[in-house]
Design a protein around this ligand. Structure first.
Ligand code: TA6
Length: 294
């Protein structure tokens, strides 16, 4: 569908479609509660600004906007697997974030405005061995300046499938040295850099490369960053991931500035590793994440 047709069929005063110079199709949501921007490429949300506030999400200045690459920043949709697949030919963090999604619906009401994008198995390149699971991503800018996201999946096949996933949100921070992540203190986590398992922790602060996967927790998370407090509320999510590449890893990432680690932290609503969800044929599951900047 071209831009004119998209705007005719799904657009409104508050929801507009456009084509970017990189060739991506973009959706802009703008209402009295704030604004959000996402692209059909990977159902990738790149901006959320609450009314009267500042940009909540981080996108690297060096991000590539190419069909075969995930955007570095915003909210990468990691699906239908989190992290590496046993088959090295299959993309890291799944194929959803490097596929072209379609518009399923848009909605507007007094409480806010949202868009729902869909990826059907038949629209996934065969080389990525698509699962018979239909997935949708919903993003809405709602009253009280809330960003509500939901990654919903339906097993359309004849066999059970186990899905791991994450809304891999990159938050913009003024200075990583002033950041603390509260709410996960009681949860067990694996330090992905050492493989060591820990039974609990104090509020997370970042003083080195940090890559933690918290399991079996649905706790609300609070990101404190000097001047901002951001609440990250989860539904249907039993894992949370906290990641900052710090100095050396930043230098190795071609689509990430050497010093950008100072101005971002990933706090991810997920179902990772043993928190994967097994869907029987016909089963439906949503991983929800609501971001509230106080
Ligand atoms: O969520 C943390 C993580 O799994 C890290 O291990 C790091 O690989 C990060 O995701 C980014 O992955 P990407 O494939 O987007 O470069």
């Amino acid at each position: 569908m071209n831009i004119t047709e998209l705007n005719k069929r799904f657009g409104s005063r508050r929801i507009k479609f456009s084509r970017g110079k990189e060739g991506f199709t973009w959706v802009d949501i703008q209402n009295e509660f704030g604004s959000a921007r996402l692209t059909l490429h990977g159902a990738h949300l790149t901006s959320f600004i609450p009314a009267g506030g500042e940009e909540v999400l981080f996108v690297s200045r060096k991000s590539l906007f190419k069909p075969e690459k995930a955007i570095r920043g915003g909210v990468p949709v990691c699906w239908p697997w989190f992290s590496k697949h046993p088959d090295p030919d299959l993309p890291m963090h799944g194929y959803a974030r490097v596929c072209e999604w379609e518009v399923a619906s848009t909605s507007s009401c007094a409480e806010g405005d949202g868009v729902e994008l869909r990826l059907r198995p038949e629209n996934v390149p065969a080389r990525w061995k698509p699962l018979p699971v239909e997935v949708t991503f919903q993003a809405a800018v709602e009253s009280d300046g809330v960003l509500r996201m939901a990654l919903c999946m339906l097993n359309c096949g004849k066999k059970p499938v186990t899905i791991t996933s994450a809304l891999h949100t990159y938050f913009a921070v003024d200075n990583i040295k002033n950041v603390a992540v509260d709410g996960l203190e009681k949860a067990k986590y694996t330090d992905r850099l050492t493989g060591k398992k820990h039974s609990s922790s104090s509020p997370v602060t970042i003083t080195e490369e940090t890559d933690r996967v918290y399991q079996n927790t649905d706790a609300d998370i609070v990101l404190r960053d000097g001047s901002h407090t951001t609440r990250i509320l989860r539904d249907g999510s039993n894992s949370a991931v906290v990641w900052n590449p710090w100095i050396e890893k930043s230098k190795k990432m071609a689509d990430f500035g050497d010093r950008e680690y100072r101005n971002m932290i990933c706090v991810e609503a997920a179902n990772a590793f043993e928190d994967g969800r097994t869907l029987e044929p016909g089963d439906f599951h949503c991983l929800g994440c609501t971001i509230v900047r106080d």
